[in-house]
Write a protein that binds this ligand. Sequence first.
Ligand code: NAP
Length: 253
Amino acid sequence: MVNNSLQGKRALVTGGTRGIGAAIVAKLLAGGASVVTTSRTPVDNLPEGVHYIQADLGTADGATSLAAETLQYFGGGLDILVNNAASGQAHPKGAASIPDEEWQSALNTSYLSAVWVTSRLLPALLDGKGAIVNISSAVTLDVVPALAHYAGAKAALEKYSQTLAAELAPQGVRLNVVIPGNVATPGADKIRQDLADAAGIPVEAITAGTPLGRGGIPTDIAEAVGFLVSDQAQWITGTQLLVDGGASVGLAA
Ligand SMILES: NC(=O)c1ccc[n+]([C@@H]2O[C@H](COP(=O)([O-])OP(=O)(O)OC[C@H]3O[C@@H](n4cnc5c(N)ncnc54)[C@H](OP(=O)(O)O)[C@@H]3O)[C@@H](O)[C@H]2O)c1
């Protein structure tokens, strides 16, 4: 059997200061990896051993400096990249009410940030036959007008990921996508509260019908990512792993 140890692996997880990213950082650390993470706002509660780099990935310059500092920290190599950082807000009045700058910001933070970071780190990942996981969203399977900007950006991320996975496979680099459903995190809790308030329903109603009986927690997603970056998944690339408690069963993938 192949074990799932990440001992000796060098990993970058974007947006690892809270929510899903923080759980992924903890999962990779527990597997033995050395981990770098990043956000716009520094925090003082990162687990011991995590190396923090401040960067705004909503700009290409932020991605460039993050990539350079990550490679400097790891001595030039990288084995695992998890593009998790994203941000945004709901617009309950619908797609037509979303201002131009929010469409651009969604593209930058929820799609192009992953493109920029990956492009800059690709030579190092190719050297080590690394593994990449991009975090999308189950909003790409649903229709939520209040999140049209974010859904469009994540849909672009999924198509880009599929394309790049095919390109990189012959060179030994694997790239997979994890698609979370409703997971309790600081960022998403606010979005769900805004959607519930606009609809006049309690926020609990959004996750009440989840077939597996509860909303998600960040470790649900981190476990999936931990598997996909490990050698246990050495013959898996180009996939989209839906982790949503069954909420999207029946919707087209
Ligand atoms: N939670 C859910 O229900 C859910 C569902 C589907 C998909 N997702 C996806 O899961 C991922 C994590 O979401 P989450 O719910 O854990 O969000 P979260 O609680 O808001 O955490 C987001 C993390 O990304 C960082 N970040 C945001 N914008 C950034 C930027 N421009 N540059 C650098 N870092 C940035 C944040 O730190 P700073 O704000 O300090 O920069 C934070 O560390 C995202 O890709 C999201 O789209 C989440």
